[in-house]
Design a protein around this ligand. Sequence first.
Ligand SMILES: [Zn+2]
Length: 397
Amino acid sequence: MSKTSPIYIDTHEQLEAAYPNMKRCKVLAVDTEFHRETTYYPEFALLQIYGHGQCWIVDPIVLKDLNLVWDVLCDENILKVFHAGRQDLEIILKESGKLPLPLFDTQVAAALLGLGQQVGFGNLVQRLLKKELAKQESFSDWVARPLRAKQIEYAADDVIWLMPIYQFLYDGLEARGRLSWLYEEQSKLCSLETYQENPESLMWRVKGANKLKGLSLVRLRALAVWREQQAQKRNIPRRRMIADEPLLEMARRDILNTEILSSIRGASQGFVRRFGSDILKIHDDCRHIPENDWPKVSKRKHPTEGTGLRLELLDTLLRLKAEEGDISATILSSKADLSELASWGKQCAGDEPDVPCLHGWRRDLVGHDLLALLRGDIALSINPKTGNPLIETRSIS
Ligand SMILES: [Zn+2]
């Protein structure tokens, strides 16, 4: 692995000089460093790019005009490699207005090759490249200037080692015919909608929202939107505006006035003084929202008789298929989805449940067989010769 020292870019001239070399690459490994502990919007502190044996470290704090960088990262002919890129993408989208497509996420790819779900970058480097990455800089201050040599080295390592990881995973996916799985899994990551907040998604993010219903949930939705706007305006984390617990409590109360508001744990005197009248108005206004504009709550159906036993069988089949396919069972299906399927399987009547394991590549790998098991078309048994579980096709009698 070539390791020429990284080029630090904090002037427009340096960026102009690097630009044609970046543009020449077919694949670029990309990472960002940022802070978001004390702010609503992440503070964009560093952008690392690696391709063709060269690492570039772009300083977005000193260098304000990054248009050339966005031109490279949003070039349709260059594949961008990230590890767990969700937050990197959020920053790039906010700064450039675009998503850096096409992309390849090594965390997603690793999961599809049975290397574990949400595996960390250092862990992958260790297992696949037998190299230990320095850990001590992961909590360092990326906003301070000048950056220390050690910090720059650490930041560069994040993209330098990402490239061989990408090559390993790409080859693995290609060899197993799973590249199309990756594109399917990444589709949410690559969709603009994922990054747009809406009132419902803000509401569901409040801890305990699922315990509310009816008008309480209407109020929580309105209060969550209000909190988000206030946090954005002040650029502070939403929970510093007001924590989840008091927000939930305000929504839960059918009657709210200044006195009751002041008695809610977590609503400080200062908060009530400054925002009390806003809160009371929002709370009251919700009464006039017609019922068909209330948040939709999917009704949880009662499991049918025998669901628990069918679930055990489905789960055994799922684990067998996972082992056979070198993939973790948890990425194939969640327990809740499997349970829904098990409940439906009492009669297998009507539409199949809309669960991920019955869609796309998951259906091919395991969904088909789960349905076949429920319909009695296949059976699970033990091979008496090997003592191992066996999936058998049942002959129709
Ligand atoms: Zn990093």
